[in-house]
Each structure stands twice: as structure tokens, then as C-alpha cells.
Design a protein around this ligand. Structure first.
Ligand code: SF4
Length: 110
């Protein structure tokens, strides 16, 4: 059983219902197609804590706590990939600490 954690964009989370991520997970589409035929569950869904000088530190702290709770794979959300200036830094730092996927649902708009 793969246990998944998702980190999304705080700014987007102010309006987003997260339904796109959950829909893609249940349909095994987007980044979740890798779990086809495999048991998997989302056990953690958090936001990044917002923009600012501590953004990377905050994301790494969330990742550390997710690992403590048993998360095997952390997905950065599609909204983070499409709008976050820190995205590359998050991916690099997370990659040293855990298995990381760079998105969740497939992009709606081309
Ligand atoms: S740091 Fe990135 S992911 Fe977090 S709120 Fe700002 S733009 Fe969104």
C-alpha cells in the first residue's frame, strides 16, 4: 500500500476545493496513473504555508512531519507547479528527503 501526501499552494487553497486532485487520484490519472493496479491512499493533504523567505523551510518541515506519519510519496500539486517561483527549489530539496512527484491532476488548460 502506497501512502501519499500532497502539498498544494496556499494562495490557491484559499479558493480550491482540492476536488481536482482527489478526482484524479480516484481515476488514477495525471501523476496518479503510476498507481494503477496498486493499492494506494492519500493520508495527508496540506498547503505550503504561503510565500515568503521561509517558504522552503516550511515545505521541508511539512514533508518531515508527513514522513513521520508514514507518507511514502509526496506530490507537489499541479497548481504549485504552474504558479510557484519556488517550485524547482521545492522539488530539489524534497528529492533529497523523499520520493517526490511534481504534480497531481493533469493540467486542465493546455
Ligand atoms: S510559495 Fe509557491 S506554492 Fe506556496 S503560496 Fe507561494 S506561490 Fe503558492
Amino acid at each position: 500500500m502506497k501512502r501519499i501526501g500532497i502539498i498544494n499552494c496556499f494562495e490557491v487553497s484559499k479558493k480550491c476545493t482540492a476536488s481536482g486532485c482527489f478526482k484524479a487520484f480516484h481515476a488514477r490519472t495525471g501523476a496518479f496513473d503510476r498507481y494503477q493496479g496498486e493499492e494506494a491512499e492519500i493520508i495527508s493533504f496540506v498547503h505550503c504555508n504561503g510565500c515568503g523567505p521561509d517558504a522552503l523551510e516550511n515545505v521541508m518541515e511539512k514533508a518531515r512531519r508527513m514522513k513521520e506519519k508514514g507518507v511514502d510519496v509526496i506530490h507537489l500539486s499541479t497548481c504549485t507547479r504552474s504558479r510557484c517561483p519556488m517550485y524547482a527549489a521545492f522539488m530539489e530539496a524534497l528529492g533529497y528527503q523523499t520520493e517526490v512527484e511534481g504534480f497531481t491532476h493533469a493540467k486542465k488548460k493546455p
